[in-house]
Design a binder for this molecule. Structure first.
Ligand code: AMP
Ligand code: GLY
Length: 468
């Protein structure tokens, strides 16, 4: 089968490599060079991946049979609609469905309209006065989120990105003044996890749960990034995540797909729920309309039993054979090698020397992100995440140790989070969750009735509606 992969990061390298193993022919549209994709692809185009007409034209010229869209920007731009209009079945929602990610306001309002629980308390102010009112009514730490796409970097959390409520309010107002839409949310305490699923007309097919490390620096300090690394556990749960809580998260995904469908919005692609596990159960932070980067790499590393080309063809055409949705029972750890200063002031241009064959021989996979090949074993870093190394083992810390061992085969100036997947970090997270869930723990704030702006439907349904 002939596949188009849109996007040029390590996530797309993982998608293309998994298709390649299933003997698919891969064609690629990406803005940047990617040595991994260049090696796999039959043909590569540098047309703008967010230009629907140009992408569809490239796909037609190469008689592509199925398209897979990696990043959010092409989805938000309507690339999937253009491909479908050209009779190319596509993994990825159209522009309307992609709003589940590209408009946090659309997402919260859809879920509220359909009583899908598992949402935090939020407000959608539409004037500077409403910002002040909402902040006063929250009366507790809060989070400011631009409604639109910000590559994971626009969210401000009180206590991490600002301290005084007035500074959060000023940020929210600045978004409104620039003509944007903004959400305020109660700040949740807990552990985050990503639950992705294949979604098509025949159902919702979950992948293993994954935990992403969003903050740039070790110890979860520094700014929010697209993700510095991630891990998944052998049983597809996480050290702090029970089968029941994962089931609740999957239920939020299923109810969201039903809500979209009942509004006449077809969704064939990947749905990714970013959740915070709290004392009130898993609460939804955001949806993404695509594989996580890096979380998709964890899931795809485990997808080896079955035919990935056939699975994606099924997603794109509306009917998935559940026997094809199988993931091996192994733990995985992904670590991104990024330019020094990434997350704040990345220094592009540094060269990394690496021994990919030696790394692969040690059982660690090398997935290339936005790097340029400058020699048989050398790559130049850009401003973005450079190389993802993926280890697998039966325990998370062993998979992490494999990646750490592989780092000995890489030289040059880069930053990597050594704390991802260590026994110490896993213990800290489990203890954090245990303290939150213990009966003596401080009760979580009772939801107040945050005045919803006139234009918006009433505030989020309490999580009990889903869970109870
Ligand atoms: P989002 O783009 O909504 O996933 O937000 C980016 C990051 O901000 C999340 O991964 C969390 O680390 C943090 N965040 C978002 N919403 C909240 C919230 N309501 N409470 C605490 N942290 C949050
Ligand atoms: N790793 C977070 C994301 O893909 O959005």
């Amino acid at each position: 089968m002939r596949f188009l992969v849109v996007g040029g990061g390590a996530r797309e390298h993982a998608i293309a490599a998994t298709l390649h193993r299933a003997e698919a022919e891969v064609y690629v549209v990406s803005r940047n060079a990617n040595p991994g994709l260049d090696r796999i692809a039959k043909a590569t185009s540098r047309v703008d991946p967010t230009d629907p007409a140009r992408v569809a034209e490239f796909a037609r010229a190469h008689r592509v049979e199925v398209a897979v869209i990696g990043p959010e920007a092409p989805l938000a731009a309507g690339v999937a609609d253009a491909l479908r209009a050209g009779s190319i079945p596509t993994v990825g929602p159209g522009q309307v469905g992609a709003q589940i990610e590209s408009s946090k306001r659309f997402c919260r309002e859809l879920l509220a309209r359909h009583g899908v629980g598992g949402q935090p308390r939020y407000a959608i102010p539409t004037s500077v006065e409403e910002v002040d009112r909402a902040v006063a009514e929250f009366g507790a730490p809060f989070v400011v989120k631009p409604s639109g796409l910000t590559a994971g970097k626009g969210v401000w959390v009180q206590g991490a990105d600002f301290n005084e409520p007035k500074d959060g309010a000023a940020y929210a107002k600045s978004i409104l003044v620039q003509g944007g839409s903004v959400l305020l949310e109660e700040k949740l305490d807990g552990e985050e996890f990503s639950q992705m699923a294949f979604v098509t007309d025949s159902g919702v097919y979950p992948m293993p749960a994954v935990q992403d490390f969003k903050r740039a620096l070790e110890g979860n300090r520094g700014g929010n990034t697209g993700g510095m690394g991630s891990y998944s556990q052998r049983d597809h749960l996480l050290p702090f995540l029970s089968p029941a809580d994962r089931g609740r998260a999957i239920e939020v995904l299923e109810r969201t797909v039903a809500a979209l469908r009942s509004e006449g919005i077809s969704y064939r692609g990947i749905l990714y729920g970013g959740f915070m596990l709290t004392a009130r159960g898993p609460l939804l932070l955001e949806f993404n309309a695509r594989f996580g980067d890096p979380e998709g790499i964890n899931a795809l590393t485990l997808y080896e039993e079955g035919n990935f080309a056939e699975l994606l063809h099924g997603v794109a055409t509306g009917r998935v054979d559940p026997n094809l949705v199988r993931f091996r029972l192994r733990a995985t750890v992904v670590k991104y090698l990024v330019p020094p200063g990434y997350g704040d002031r990345p220094q592009a241009g540094g060269v990394l020397e690496l021994d990919p064959l030696g790394i692969e021989a040690d059982g660690v996979h090398v997935l290339y992100g936005s790097v340029e090949s400058v020699g048989p074993s050398a790559v130049k870093l850009s401003n973005s995440r450079g190389i993802a190394l993926v280890g697998e083992a039966s325990a998370i810390y062993e998979a992490g140790a494999r990646v750490e061992a592989a780092l000995k085969r890489v030289s040059g100036a880069y930053y990597v989070r050594h704390d991802i997947g260590t026994k110490e970090d896993l213990a800290r997270r489990t203890e954090h969750m245990r303290a939150i869930l213990s009966p003596g723990a401080k009760p979580s704030p009772i939801p107040l009735s945050v005045a919803a702006p006139a234009a918006a439907p009433s505030s989020a349904a309490p999580p009990e509606q889903l869970i109870g």
